[in-house]
Write a protein that binds this ligand. Structure first.
Ligand SMILES: N[C@@H](CCC(=O)N[C@@H](CS)C(=O)NCC(=O)O)C(=O)O
Length: 207
């Protein structure tokens, strides 16, 4: 059985969506990111010295970190679902291109500093006031294309949908991006996406 280490509504949501879209069962372990503790399961740092979610533990006990690697792995576990282009094809490099863009240009440059308790106010403000750059690029792409990879949903979209949920809250200018807004609404209607978001939102509401 796979294990996904996650924190509710953190970037690990993309991996939960990936597993749900792939129809791959997993055990889910909730990590407290502040203390790095997992309730009654010890220190998360013993699972991954990086101390960041997501972590995917594979059947053979291999520990996989980094969202682009985890999403690629999940897609390859269920090739029939076509959640990523086959390895070794030119399209697969385009898929990796999107995962890298989302990870470096949107997630780590903007969403992470905006939402992390570790960043100070000036850094947060800089990240917030410059988030329109990647959002504009994504808006142009999704004005021309139904999904990041074209006509078909891929796990790059699983990463983007998480990013847009957070970006929508962070950017006062989000309503300037009609294609992103309609893409977000459309992708959130996919049953696997809707269910994954609902599960994690419920956890946040618990006392
Ligand atoms: N490079 C990692 C980044 C993962 C990451 O930043 N995770 C955040 C949650 S969105 C985290 O665990 N933060 C806790 C911390 O930084 O201590 C990836 O692509 O998965």
């Amino acid at each position: 059985m796979l294990t996904l280490y996650f924190s509710p509504m953190a970037c690990s949501l993309a991996s939960r969506i990936g597993l749900a879209e792939a129809g791959v069962g997993a055990e889910y372990v909730n990590v407290d990111l502040a203390s790095k503790e997992m309730s009654s399961r010890g220190s998360f740092l013993d699972v991954s010295a990086k101390g960041k979610v997501p972590v995917l533990r594979l059947e053979d006990a291999t520990i996989l970190t980094e969202t682009p690697a985890i999403l690629s792995c999940i897609a390859d576990l269920a090739p029939g679902k076509k959640l990523a282009p086959p390895p070794g094809t030119g399209e697969r490099y385009a898929f990796q291109e999107w995962l890298s863009f989302l990870g470096t240009e949107l997630h780590k440059q903007h969403l992470y500093p905006i939402y992390s308790p570790k960043t100070d106010a000036r850094v947060k403000e800089f990240a917030r006031s410059h988030i329109d750059e990647p959002l504009r690029f994504l808006e142009d792409r999704l004005e021309a294309s139904r999904y990041l990879m074209g006509d078909a949903f891929s796990l790059a979209d699983a990463y983007l949908v998480w990013g847009l949920i957070l970006a929508k809250r962070a950017s006062p200018a989000f309503d300037q991006y009609p294609s992103l807004a309609s893409y977000l609404a459309r992708v959130c209607m996919r049953p696997a996406v809707a269910e994954s978001i609902a599960v994690e939102r419920t956890m946040l509401k618990r006392p």
